[in-house]
Write a protein that binds this ligand. Sequence first.
Ligand code: GRF
Length: 211
Amino acid sequence: MPWFEPVSPLPARLVVLVSGSGSNLQALLDASRIRSYGAKVVAVGADRGHIPALQRASDAAVPSFVLPVADCADRAAWDSALTERVASYRPDLVVLAGFLKLTGAAFLARFGGRTVNTHPALLPAFPGIRAPADALRHGVRVTGATLFVIDTGVDTGPIVAQRAVDVEDDDDEQSLHERIKKVERGMLVETVGQMVREGYSIDGRRVRIGR
Ligand code: GRF
């Protein structure tokens, strides 16, 4: 069973990949100002330019890079280039925080077990990019957020943490997603901190933090 040692010495090095507003990134940037948190964002990568997340990185004086799929010969070349860029920052943990691309085989070979993704639903319900809308359409009364370790599928990897959020009668996609995102940010910050400080194991689909 793979066991990932607590990072030593702390702070752990995080590379965060983003595609949009970057509020989850911001939560990690804010947490890493506190020394005892045990992790810091050493780089931010994006698959597109001109997004608020990149401004957040720049405001925090964290280096960033942009690597659009269209700049590469094909998807595999993009995945290899992404893997090399991320590796150049020597991350202990990679965090996909609203990153709207599927990473591929090269990335998984290098960072499998050390890459987490955050998702705005209680997986395995509502995978994919329209999770809050899908949850509303289905009429569920409870949805939430999931942090999982990536694998080859779409939002299918072993689950590290989940938080529940009630669906209100008057919710629309935006109001529900905003409420989920508040809970999601807390879950992300808390869980990433625990993973790097305490170590974790992955036993099939079960992830356990600490010995
Ligand atoms: C999050 O809810 C994430 O789970 C989803 O998109 C949102 C990104 O938000 N994939 P932000 O860019 O971190 O503000």
